[in-house]
Design a protein around this ligand. Sequence first.
Ligand code: NAP
Ligand code: ZN
Length: 348
Amino acid sequence: MQVHARGVTKEGGSFEELMIERRDLQPKDVLIEIKYCGICHSDIHTVKSEWGEVDFPLVPGHEIAGIVVDTGSEVTKHKKDDRVGVGCMVDSCQECVNCKNDEEQFCKKGMTGTYGATDKYGEKTQGGYSKYIVVQEDFVLSIPDSIPLDVAAPLLCAGITTYSPLHHWNAGPGKKVAVLGLGGLGHMAVKIASAMGAEVTVLSHSDDKKEDSMKFGATHHLNTKNDTVFEEYNETFDLIINTVGAKLDIDQYLGLLKVNGTLVNLGVPSDKMELNVFSLIGRRRSYAGSLIGGIKETQEMLEFCAKHDIGPEIEVISADTDKIDEAYERVINSDVRYRFVIDMDTMK
Ligand code: NAP
Ligand code: ZN
């Protein structure tokens, strides 16, 4: 079927109204009417070709929330009218050791990204800035009743990307966690880490968001433009979650970790980052990375957010192309409070 979408047709281009093709329902497929889709900074890196060449036209969007409108003959996990979500993956081999361990994001054959990838049918995937999407049922999440669909959308990327490392590195009571960058991912990291019981500090490159940091559950907001922060908070944190998508002086941040502390990079700058090995060995510190989370863990994160009554702060925008362009500019300028979400009912 042909469906309405918003995408970019050339590098550095603005958003345009497009029509894209969605495949016919296969036995295990679910057809979803997309109600909302969040704007992740990864969408921006991608359409600007900051991570490498892009095959245009490209329809971004991997924070999808909607309603099931039809199911294939063998679908058992979802039914018509269910409230569902789709994140950054729409398929994987489901057979390799990593898939079997419920970490499809690390599929040995490569998971199929929600947009900009080639699926097993040889077709290019296109993302959630569109009216409908067809997804294999195992990659479709159930959204708990208490979470409104617009609020649920950003959980499918920003939520799971921060929940997974916080869970893996045991954020909880007695742990001091710092969140670097208070944007879409960062503000979810603050809410989730504090719901897990950790003491949370925000490391931001201004004082502008101080009040918000406290509102989201942090106990401190430090302005990293102020160099004394790095002396004063030397060897303070057990875990630092870095959500900044720009190149940083990693050694400076490693100095903030206690013995055995870990700095996890979630941000994906296009430039290589360097570090001095002495920053690690002197205190047995680790520098790590983390990529979204598996499907099982994503469902667990949704239940966790429902139980703790937490979700993203959203600004809902229409699907007008100039509104999407404007939102991109604001995200680039760190002027997002804290996730833009596109209302697909406004899409014609
Ligand atoms: P975002 O909403 O733009 O937030 C990033 C925040 O980083 C900004 O709000 C700002 O916070 C801070 N920042 C931006 N530029 C900076 C600079 N030059 N120096 C210092 N701080 C700066 O982005 P997002 O959607 O949260 O995504 C963040 C990064 O994570 C992106 O690179 C994205 O591609 C990546 N990502 C990774 C995964 C994964 O699986 N690992 C998943 C999703 C996204 P302050 O104003 O508080 O400083
Ligand atoms: Zn994302």
